[in-house]
Design a protein around this ligand. Structure first.
Ligand SMILES: Cc1cc2nc3c(=O)[nH]c(=O)nc-3n(C[C@H](O)[C@H](O)[C@H](O)COP(=O)(O)OP(=O)(O)OC[C@H]3O[C@@H](n4cnc5c(N)ncnc54)[C@H](O)[C@@H]3O)c2cc1C
Length: 455
């Protein structure tokens, strides 16, 4: 069988041969570019003419029950530090661990980095400031912000005491750049589904991808999934919480609202919050309080929110003056705020924020969404599970009481716990000890060398 098609075949397939003859004077590339979109230069080859994936061990139906038989998994890779989840916390953790001297693998279920920050279109960076407008998120998180400053159209409102807003594509680009610069091994499109256990110790994780089920072995795993997928699989204790699940969207053409026609006159209503793109705002959606670990709920939220956002936009467009405003996109990633929260050796508590508690094992300092709170310290114990070892939590699933969770999960605070988890994991690897026994003084010293602020 002929396994390559040329441009003429391609035209015939798409029924464009007459058109091509008639337009023979036009350069063919131009023709394709103008008329058939991406159809120029296709190439496809047969990799194997007849293939059966024999390494699969299927689930089997036994007496009406589905049984997953035991099987040996291919080992995809081995490393010192394995970071699962490439959101704000995971990306920073991976860079920090690598800079601290560890070999690092970063695995992400989607095709880009940034987690809710990019895929969830959560563009506003809240929570890096405290009373007086002082910025407490420093280190790699601030380095990311600073690099966004230097990029065209990447960030706005970068002034002391103010919360900046980013462009998601700029962040996705920058994260690739920083991860490549650091020399981190990456696997995208790879979903962490299990922990590899040796007694109470995590020795790696199992992943599902288009290549099948594979294992990555590691000395320390950093769980940056936001939902504690790895520590839960390892049997670590956690609190299962519900929270509001929303869906962020972006709307365009706000610069084409006609104030001559709007009911509000010269001051049209505010629709969402501005972004680095002129005329484009991002719109938050709180959504109902539900369980973000429940498949049926997640499915319902995706469908209901998309219908709601579309219909809401149609209402807006029916208001005089707003006819040109349109829905650019709904976020590809649902806005799940909190699900599993680690029950750690220590916990970030509201009482400690109020009392200004200083922890001897401080590995970071958190801020708030406005300058009304003082700074609050993050103890290393909030990242460490009570029993299971060789795994650290970071980001929105670290150990925190329910009253602090809405501060702990803010993006800059996730940078901070990511930074701490990455350095701690590297120190544990270097000193060949479980992370719970890692030398906190050494972790603090390296964090400071990497420009982190510890109070
Ligand atoms: C609707 C909404 C509005 C918000 N508004 C703001 C705001 O205005 N300002 C602010 O600062 N914060 C805001 N937040 C909070 C903030 O966006 C998140 O808490 C923050 O992004 C959490 O970072 P993270 O790295 O811990 O997790 P995430 O951002 O969730 O990243 C986790 C990453 O892990 C990946 N992953 C998950 N499971 C697996 C798995 N099993 N295997 C492999 N990869 C996996 C995910 O794809 C993702 O990339 C908001 C959150 C929501 C939902």
């Amino acid at each position: 069988m002929k396994d390559r098609i040329n441009r003429r075949d391609c035209l015939r397939m798409f029924g464009y041969s007459g058109l091509a003859t008639g337009l023979s004077g036009i350069a063919s590339n131009q023709l394709f570019a103008q008329n058939i979109g991406e159809s120029s230069g296709f190439q496809s080859s047969v990799i194997a003419a007849s293939k059966i994936e024999t390494h699969r061990t299927n689930a089997v139906l036994v007496n009406g029950q589905v049984i997953q038989p035991q099987c040996q998994l291919p080992i995809l890779d081995k490393t010192d530090v394995l970071v699962v989840g490439g959101g704000p916390a995971g990306t920073v953790a991976a860079i920090a661990a690598k800079r601290a001297g560890a070999n690092v693998i970063l695995v992400e279920r989607y095709g880009h980095f940034g987690g809710l920050w990019t895929g969830g279109l959560v563009l506003l960076i809240l929570g890096h400031i405290v009373t007086g407008g002082k910025q407490v998120c420093q280190g790699i998180g601030e380095e990311i912000m600073h690099r966004l400053d230097t990029m065209d159209g990447a960030i706005i409102n970068r002034k002391p005491g103010i919360n900046p807003t980013v462009d998601a594509e700029a962040v996705k680009y920058l994260m690739v750049e920083m991860i490549e610069e650091a020399g981190i091994q990456v696997y995208l499109h790879c979903w962490g589904v299990d922990a590899i256990m040796d007694d109470q110790n995590v020795r790696g994780a199992v992943f599902e991808s288009k290549s099948g089920r594979q294992a990555i072995l590691a000395d320390v795993v950093v769980d940056a999934t936001g939902d504690g997928d790895v520590f839960a699989a390892a049997g670590a204790e956690f609190e299962h919480r519900s929270h509001n699940i929303g869906l962020v969207s972006r709307i365009g053409n706000l610069d084409r609202v006609n104030p001559q026609k709007t009911p509000e006159g010269q001051k049209p209503r505010r629709l969402g919050n501005s972004t680095p793109v002129a005329g484009v705002n991002w719109v938050n959606l709180t959504g109902p309080e539900v369980d973000g670990l429940d498949l049926a709920t997640l499915t319902r939220m995706e469908m209901n929110h998309r219908k709601f956002i579309w219909n809401n936009m149609q209402k807006t467009r029916s208001i005089p003056g707003y006819e040109k405003v349109y829905l650019m996109e709904t976020a590809p990633q649902l806005g799940v705020r909190i699900t599993r929260v680690l029950n750690g050796l220590n916990t970030i508590r509201l009482e400690d924020l109020k009392a200004g508690t200083k922890f001897p094992d401080v590995v970071g300092v958190g801020g708030a969404s406005n300058a009304e709170h003082g700074e609050w310290q993050i103890p290393y114990g909030a990242l460490v599970p009570r029993k299971v070892d060789h795994v650290l939590a970071t980001g929105r699933c670290v150990s925190t009481d329910i009253r602090m969770a809405d501060l702990v999960r803010l993006i800059p605070n996730c940078f901070v716990t990511g930074h701490a988890a990455g350095v701690a994991a590297a120190v544990a690897v270097q000193d060949q000890c479980p992370p719970r026994n890692a030398d906190v003084i050494k972790i603090q010293r390296i964090l400071k060398q990497q420009d982190a602020y510890l109070g």
